[in-house]
Design a protein around this ligand. Structure first.
Ligand code: NAD
Length: 503
């Protein structure tokens, strides 16, 4: 991997990756990327224009048609396994770079990026083993199906888990034989270019994977609106999801969208108390709260609300806020100044609307975009902080009196990505799991995920699913081939044929 991208002190320049080469945008312009830890200029990122996006899509389309990629699954399987192995070898460099760019603690990035190879291996195995079908049809015919790639797929990704979220899309897209154009978040493009370098060395043909950079409102929009795409797959905020799905609708292409969340944890009074406190603090403050499944709302039985709130605040007060590269750090800076300001303004709103600021005034490092881990108690479901996705280290504790009220509160937001149930009553746990409106339910745990395990939202949290065999299939289109195997002649217009038929 290039030492230029590894180096931490020198100013990095992040170009587009098109046709296997790192190239500037047609405008030759760059925009700045700042270091979350100290606010200093960290890199210059190529400002891709709609012309760059069109060019990347054309390059991808040509590569899709000309290379052996789509037609030869053994080429794809071995390239994806090679990429998994390259990732394993380059993990420490990627971990450090991703911690620097996002501000997330290095311990988190090490745990998360260590899992990336699983996705490439898993989807390689699906490509290798998935069998086509021979649906029942009638005698005298061989009737079979084939799964074929969609062509060029657009991937729009966010900044909070840059490599993991891209991997969840890229691995199935490539395994199924597509070419891709990636537009990563403008706030976290660096490690995506590092992955591109590994892709170049893994046996994936030039032009099959392309990366454009730039703003969502320019490069992202141009990609979403491109009529040559077979599918657009976004992870991002719900307003972006609506815009991207509308553009895809105009071109009648498939869309998958993993969008915002506001996960509730329901904590029952029969629970293993300490495990629930630890689990809820993990759910609330991992990634400094910048994750779509953040346990942003903890619903606690009134029978133990005060005791739980005291223990929760006590645990939060011990979280170590500090620089991302320090292994002792639990909570790093937020990714960008605008994100920090947004979170601080939600905290002001919470106080104004009458919630109790139970914790959140402790000092944080003076430079960089830090926010003190914050706990609100006495929160009611109609408050802004209980309803809107804050995407920062802010957790609301709500009180409920009955199981029915807990369910109604948990379902009482427009989001439905994930929820957690904390109880030792196995019947109650499964009873609730069927009643909660969310795509992922954890029981006595949080934020567990695997490449085979479907991931996606109900309601305003999105459409489609990542992970698993259905995700692979969603990157393909189904073809039905009907073969007449009998030698008998057929001429409808000679007036003798009288069989039942469709037309
Ligand atoms: P975002 O919506 O601002 O941006 C996501 C991507 O879309 C970026 O690459 C951006 O440049 C691009 N984009 C923005 N506007 C666009 C437009 N009009 N047309 C096309 N592309 C556009 O999101 P973000 O701030 O990067 O990420 C945070 C959001 O992502 C949160 O809402 C979070 O909940 C969500 N998220 C969801 C999941 C999930 O699995 N459901 C996972 C992670 C993050």
């Amino acid at each position: 991997m290039s030492s230029k991208l590894m180096a931490s002190t020198e100013l990095q320049r992040c170009e587009q990756f098109v046709g296997g080469q790192f190239v500037p945008s047609v405008s030759g312009e760059y925009f700045p990327l700042f270091n979350p830890e100290n606010g200093q200029l960290a890199a210059e990122i190529a400002h891709s224009t709609p012309r760059d996006v069109e060019n990347a899509v054309q390059v991808a389309k040509r590569a899709f048609k000309d290379s052996r990629w789509a037609a030869h699954r053994e080429v794809r399987v071995s390239a994806l396994r090679a990429l998994a192995s390259q990732l394993r070898q380059n993990l420490p460099i990627l971990v450090e770079a991703e911690a620097r760019v996002t501000g997330r603690p290095i311990r988190e990035m090490r745990a998360q990026l260590g899992r990336l190879p699983e996705w490439y291996d898993y989807f390689a195995s699906i490509a290798e083993t998935l069998e086509d079908t021979v649906p029942p049809f009638g005698s005298g015919y061989l009737n079979y199906t084939r799964r074929e790639p969609l062509g060029v797929v657009g991937l729009l990704t966010p900044w909070n888990h840059p490599l993991l979220i891209l991997t969840k899309k890229l691995a199935p897209a490539l395994a199924a034989g597509n070419a891709v154009v990636i537009k990563p978040s403008e706030l976290a493009p660096i490690t995506i270019n590092m992955l591109a370098e590994l892709i170049r060395d893994s046996g994936i043909p030039e032009g099959i994977v392309n990366v454009v950079h730039g703003l969502g409102s320019i490069a992202g929009k141009a990609l979403a609106e491109n009529p040559l795409l077979g599918k657009i797959d976004l992870t991002g905020g719900t307003p972006t999801g609506r815009a991207v799905a509308a553009a895809a609708g105009q071109n009648l292409i498939k869309v998958a969208a993993e969008l915002g969340g506001k996960a509730s944890l329901i904590v029952f009074d029969d629970v293993d108390f300490e495990a629930a406190v630890n689990g809820a603090v993990f759910a609330g403050y991992i990634a400094s709260g910048q994750t779509c499944v953040q346990g942003a709302r903890v619903l606690v039985s009134e029978k133990m609300y005060d005791r739980f709130a005291t223990a929760f605040v006590e645990k939060v007060s011990k979280l170590r806020v500090g620089p991302p590269l320090d292994v002792r750090t639990d909570v790093g800076p937020l990714v960008a100044e605008r994100q920090r300001d947004r979170v601080l303004s939600f905290i002001e709103t919470g106080v104004r609307e009458g919630a109790t600021l139970a914790y959140g005034k402790a000092p944080v490092p003076p430079q960089g975009w830090y926010v003190c881990p914050t706990v609100f108690t006495d929160v009611t479901n109609i408050m802004t902080i209980a309803q809107e996705e804050i995407f920062g280290p802010v957790v609301c504790l709500l009180r409920y009196r009955s199981e029915e009220e807990a369910i109604s509160l948990a379902n009482g937001t427009r989001y439905g990505l994930a929820m957690g149930i904390w109880t030792n009553d196995i019947r109650r746990a499964h009873r609730l799991a069927t009643q909660l409106e969310a795509g992922v339910i954890w029981i006595n745990d949080h934020h567990r995920i695997g490449p085979a395990s479907p991931w996606g939202g109900y309601k305003d949290s999105g459409v489609g699913r990542e992970n698993g065999i259905d995700c692979y299939k969603d990157y393909t289109q189904l073809k039905n081939i009907i073969v007449k195997t009998t030698p008998d002649q057929f001429d409808w217009f000679d007036g003798t044929a009288g069989d039942k038929r469709y037309s």
